[in-house]
Design a protein around this ligand. Structure first.
Ligand code: HEM
Length: 696
């Protein structure tokens, strides 16, 4: 190799003109997996520069071999996900209800890893698909790993795990054509669902805005099932786990979701990554709904039925600590992809209930992870290994990293102090000694038979706007169903939930005949009180913190005004991004150069929670023919967002079809005071009244 021209101190050009970067001592020397230093990573070993490759080229062989095996099977469900590290911190000791070590001391922090996900889409699908979001939390406690493998919706489609393969087959792409991807808007899904009355409560939730969250940071999490907390003396209290986001609940509207999927399919993962990298750490409070056998016996529904909630008004939530995500992964594959959550990763002081869905899940996760991660030793991967000491006699298997040391690999044994670990009757896990008796039957409990009452309760707990979104979502999804009988059958379930909802969906689908209610196993109860906690709109955030404003600017933008807006947003904990005709930025009114975060077409307003339209007069004139600028404004208007503006923006509003009489969502920026007014208005997130003018 001839050293021809140096591009930097460490780059040389080979005979074929290829570039070789060499180690100068500051960076390590490239080696094979065996540690053998590599002299040339650009050329395979050949017989002459144009001759055949040699069989002995161990470097080529190893490199290609390893590449060929880079992919592992994606998760069979929840394939698309994004994770981050953090910690859980107790507010108080919970020793009154549980012996779980992590809950004993106020202020104690337990390391955590959380993975958010969608369910139906494959690993490369878009973030804003209408879907349940997984909310899986691994807590590395001093007495072992505890996983709360939950969702952002507190109920599930099915009551018994035996239906899970059918549910997932029906929800995922159809088997012949392999579409649609990441969407439930197809015949197979609605065929299955319309034959599963128990799904109706869940259907209300996934057709609501809960299924199109604005960010992982603004959604709740739920353990779904009833679990048990158990004290050292063996006293059990039933518990349901809730995660409450500190920044409040927020979703996007459907038209926005559709456009985000095109503009930034990685919207949710980018949002989480950017928030953590910028030091704005997302936070959730852990809430417990605690109740005893007497409540369980008197409650209207079965606490073992995962298609039911316990309204917060009936059993208030006790907030016992906070979960903070403060560190992104170093490597996506090593951590987010290889993490293995498992409902049966549990610790002393916590226990399962007999929920048949939970019992099936406990069986399922280990199985799938052996296949996905290639063998029984996936617990040795750092992201899955406990952070407390662990000792056992399990050994060997593929990729074993921790084998028992010394002579003893069994117990009991006679090797005394060198005999390895022993059981502990004091702190070892003990299952709650529940009394169990019964006939061995394949039977569903009659207490699971009410399929509509809570679906109705959820629906009537929503605001009018939210009810409209549920109806529109159903119309959208069912309009993609080709078989009319399936559409009609689904509407016949809706009649049991709310007749007005059924009528609205029937009209939206253009159904010609009046649909009769499907005969319910149990009549729908109409006396269940609406629960405010079930609505997103009735639980708005108190601040605009963590949100993002996109400012559309041109050359000549009023710098002082922009600075005033930025100051107000900084004070609120929100972010300002500059959207300009080119990514090279603009020259502001005071002659300073401002970098842009996005070119207009690359930063459409669907990526922001509110916008500011701040062109100069000439700039506005030049944007009149820019279709992306028009969309920036008309979409923000259509998505009910708050819009700050300067007078010069008026012609752009006209072009975007905004009614001349600007509504309360428009705030003219003239200085710091109006900037503060704009930020205060933004705390409401959307001007819902505008929905009378536009449909979202
Ligand atoms: C309340 C009902 C359920 C909830 C909340 C739930 C939640 C989750 C979550 C959050 C994940 C993703 C974990 C991750 O981020 O790696 C997941 C994965 C999975 N779930 Fe569930 N799930 C439910 C029901 C079920 C049932 C009934 C089964 C089977 C009987 C099941 C089987 C699986 C499997 C096989 C995976 C993939 C795990 C992996 O490859 O690591 N799930 N589930």
């Amino acid at each position: 190799m001839k050293q021809t021209k140096k591009h930097t101190d460490d780059v040389v050009r080979g005979k074929g003109g290829e570039l070789h970067q060499t180690s100068n001592g500051d960076v390590p020397i490239l080696t094979t997996q065996q540690g053998t230093p590599v002299s040339d990573d650009q050329n395979s070993l050949k017989v002459g520069p144009r001759g055949p490759a040699t069989l002995e080229d161990f470097h080529l062989r190893e490199k290609i071999f390893h590449f060929d095996h880079e992919r592992i099977p994606e998760r069979v469900v929840h394939a698309r996900g994004f994770g981050a590290h953090g910690y859980f911190e107790n507010y108080e000791s919970l020793s009154d209800v549980t012996a779980a070590d992590l809950f004993q001391r106020a202020g104690e922090k337990t390391p955590a890893f959380v993975r958010f996900s969608t369910v139906a889409g494959n690993k490369g699908s878009a973030d804003l698909a209408r879907d349940v979001r997984g909310f899986a939390v691994k807590l590395y406690t001093q007495q072992g790993n505890w996983d709360i493998v939950g969702n952002n919706i507190p109920v599930f489609f099915i009551q018994d795990a035996i239906k899970f393969p059918d549910l997932i087959h029906a929800a995922k792409a159809e088997p012949d054509c392999d579409f649609p991807q990441a969407q439930t808007a197809h015949d197979n899904f609605w065929d299955f669902i319309s034959l599963m009355p128990e799904s109706m409560h869940m259907i209300m939730w996934i057709m609501s805005d809960r299924a199109i969250p604005r960010s992982f940071r603004f959604m709740e999490g739920f353990g779904v099932h009833t679990y048990r907390l158990v004290t050292a003396r063996g006293k059990s209290t039933f518990v349901k786990f809730h995660w409450k986001p500190k920044l409040g609940l927020q979703s996007v509207v459907w038209n926005e979701a559709v456009k985000i999927n095109g503009a930034d399919p990685d919207f949710h993962r980018r949002d989480l990554w950017n928030a953590i990298q910028s030091g704005s750490y997302p936070e959730w409070e852990l809430g417990l709904q605690l109740f005893d056998d007497a409540f369980a016996d008197s409650f209207d529904f079965d606490i073992l039925d995962a298609t039911k909630i316990i309204p917060e008004e009936q059993v208030p939530i006790r907030r016992v600590g906070r979960l903070v995500l403060d560190r992104c992964v170093d490597n996506f594959f090593a951590e987010t992809e290889q993490v293995a959550f498992c409902t049966n990763n549990i610790v002393p002081g916590i226990d399962f209930s007999n929920d048949p869905l939970l019992q099936g899940r406990n069986f399922s996760y280990l199985d799938t992870q052996v296949k996905r991660l290639g063998g029984p030793n996936f617990t040795h991967i750092p992201i899955n290994a406990p952070k407390c000491p662990f000792h056992n006699f399990q050994q060997d298997g593929h990729m074993a990293m921790f084998n028992p040391r010394g002579r003893a690999n069994y117990e009991p044994n006679s090797w005394g102090a060198e005999g390895g670990p022993r059981e502990s009757h004091d702190i070892g896990f003990r299952s709650f000694a529940a009394d169990e008796k019964g006939r061995k039957v394949r039977e569903r409990s009659e207490s699971f038979a009410d399929h509509y009452s809570q679906a109705r309760q959820f629906y009537v707990s929503q605001t009018k706007v939210e009810q409209g979104h549920i109806a529109e979502a159903l119309i959208f999804e069912l309009s993609k169903v080709h078989k009319p009988a399936i559409r009609a059958r689904l509407v016949s379930h809706l009649v049991n939930i709310d007749t007005k909802l059924a009528d609205r969906v029937a009209t939206g689908l253009g159904l010609q005949e009046k649909v009769q209610a499907l005969h319910p196993a149990v009549e729908t109860r109409k006396d269940l009180k609406p629960s405010k906690a079930l609505s997103i709109a009735l639980n708005p955030p108190k601040t605009f913190a963590g949100r993002k404003v996109g400012a559309l600017v041109t050359d000549g933008v009023d710098r002082a005004l922009l600075d005033a807006l930025k100051l107000e947003l900084d004070a609120e904990g929100a972010v300002l991004e500059i959207v300009a005709p080119t990514v090279g930025g603009v020259e502001a009114s005071d002659g300073t150069r401002m970098a842009a975060d996005e070119k207009i077409g690359g930063g459409p307003s669907v990526l922001y929670d509110a916008i500011a339209v701040l062109p100069s007069k000439d700039g506005a004139a030049s944007l009149l023919s820019n279709a992306s600028a028009k969309d920036f404004i008309s979409d923000a208007f259509g998505h009910l967002k708050f819009i700050a503006f300067v007078k010069a923006a008026t012609p752009l509003f006209e072009k975007a079809g905004i009614p001349e009489d600007l509504d309360d969502g428009f705030i003219e920026l003239t200085g710091r005071k109006s900037a503060a007014q704009f930020v205060a208005a933004c705390r409401k997130l959307r001007l819902w009244q505008r929905e009378q003018v536009v449909t979202t």
